[in-house]
Design a protein around this ligand. Structure first.
Ligand code: SAJ
Length: 404
């Protein structure tokens, strides 16, 4: 029979909640801990406070099985999983230094309930050395304990596909020692079908950061190409499609910029650990961060021929078919176009209902009817299905290449 554990998951966000629910449905006794009383209440009712396909069903079944409960404070357990945010130190901090204070606070919060032989796993994306920092905090606060196992198992799931990727992706497990990595591997085996690969904690931390930096650098290459092709009057999508026919070329897609809470953030954790050695990663960040301004300039140039054009902004989310507006270049561009007064902006975001009240949102049909300029910002399925008849006689700026 498989060993069932008592597990505390600290942080019930996009990673912690799916992981907690998955472990609970595999028979472990899971206590989810969060500082947000509203999230705790919602989960205890078997409901969810974030949007992710099928997560509602998983949480409901986990709570109804009595294997998942949520609380504001941790209790004694066999395993502790930390899945709390790692933002920048200050939002306006030009040096973009990672802030691991949530991880330190979560570690301190579990210290009083730790028992001999417990396993502590860090899932949050973290700068190199954070897992060792957790080990050191515990050693300092609980010098009475002989052995606590500590490992890093970075999450690698794609928003919108979290539940599938949680089960199917390979996992990297990095221990502060071999025994810690092996213990963590045995836990992940209970729900992960992917291969579980063991390493040390520092390599695991950097591997996660490097995965997202790799993607950022490759998107920056595509975004840079989109500027060059624009200048030369060449269609970037056609160009990439042709170049990608080479067996060893696989260029990603340009867009209005890079959003979300991972790809636009994690490269800075690599840069801040070795600023003098990372000009490529830094430049890629700068290329991607400058793309929204380029799009805005494009719209303003097109608007010149009108008196007061209606500018239809299609999509606000940071990528297709989700409702997540965090660090979204589409939202940033729309906001700045409204502030610029260059025209009347009518924005449409089919995945956002109710809670958004920063500016009015319009139905797609109304935007298509009224817009002089149509700015496609997100490749949502709804926009791919627009009848080409509606696009005739409009000025089109398609940042995602879906109307080519
Ligand atoms: N984007 C482009 N062009 C592309 C691909 C993406 O402009 O060709 C843009 C998207 O529109 C979006 C941003 O990049 O604004 C990021 O989107 P994404 O789909 O590349 O990634 P995320 O942020 O949703 O999730 C990433 C994933 N990392 C990798 O694919 C290496 C995911 O596996 C990680 O778990 C997640 O970051 C995370 O939490 O770190």
């Amino acid at each position: 029979m498989k060993q069932q554990h008592k597990i505390v998951v600290v942080g019930l966000g996009y990673i912690g909640l799916p992981t907690a629910s998955m472990l609970a449905t595999k028979g472990h006794q899971v206590l989810g801990v969060d500082v947000n009383p509203k999230a705790v209440d919602t989960i205890n009712q078997g409901k969810i406070h974030i949007v992710e396909p099928d997560l509602d069903i998983l949480v409901k079944s986990a709570v109804h099985s009595d294997n998942l409960k949520a609380s504001l404070t941790p209790e004694a357990a066999d395993v502790f999983i930390l899945a709390v945010p790692t933002p920048f130190k200050h939002n306006d901090d030009a040096s973009k230094t990672p802030d691991i204070s949530y991880i330190e606070a979560a570690t301190e919060a579990i210290c009083p309930v730790l028992e001999e032989g417990n396993l502590v796993i860090l899932e949050s994306t973290s700068p190199v050395g954070t897992t060792e920092r957790i080990r050191d905090i515990i050693a300092d606060k609980r010098s009475d304990l002989q052995k606590i196992y500590v490992a890093h198992c970075p999450e690698r799931v794609l928003p919108g596909h979290i539940l599938r990727e949680l089960v199917d992706n390979d996992r990297i497990v990095g221990g502060v020692d071999t025994a810690s990595a092996e213990k963590a591997r045995d836990l992940y085996k209970s729900f992960c079908n992917g291969e579980i690969v063991l390493t040390d904690s520092r390599t695991a931390e950097l591997a996660k950061l490097v995965e997202n930096s790799y993607r950022d650098v490759n998107i920056a290459f595509a975004n840079e190409l989109s500027l060059v092709t624009d200048k030369l009057g060449i269609n970037v999508w056609e160009l990439i499609r042709l170049a990608n026919r080479h067996p060893r070329v696989d260029i990603l897609s340009p867009g209005p910029g890079v959003g979300g809470h991972c790809i636009a953030v994690d490269p800075w954790f690599v840069i801040s650990s070795a600023p003098e050695l990372t000009p490529l990663i830094r430049t890629a960040r700068e290329v991607n961060d400058s793309k929204p301004e380029w799009v805005i300039r494009k719209v303003i140039a097109k608007a010149e021929r009108f008196k007061k054009p209606v500018i239809g902004c299609l999509g606000l989310a940071f990528k297709a078919n989700i409702d997540d507006l965090r660090e979204s270049p589409a939202l940033d561009i729309t906001r700045k176009l409204i502030a610029s007064g260059v025209g009347e902006v009518k924005a449409c975001e089919p995945n956002v209902h109710g809670d958004f009240n920063e500016f009015p949102l319009y139905e797609l049909t109304e935007v298509l009817r009224d817009a002089d300029i149509l700015l496609l910002l997100v490749d949502h399925d709804e926009f791919k299905l627009i009848d080409k008849e509606f696009l005739k006689e409009k000025v089109l700026i398609d940042t995602r290449g879906i109307w080519r």
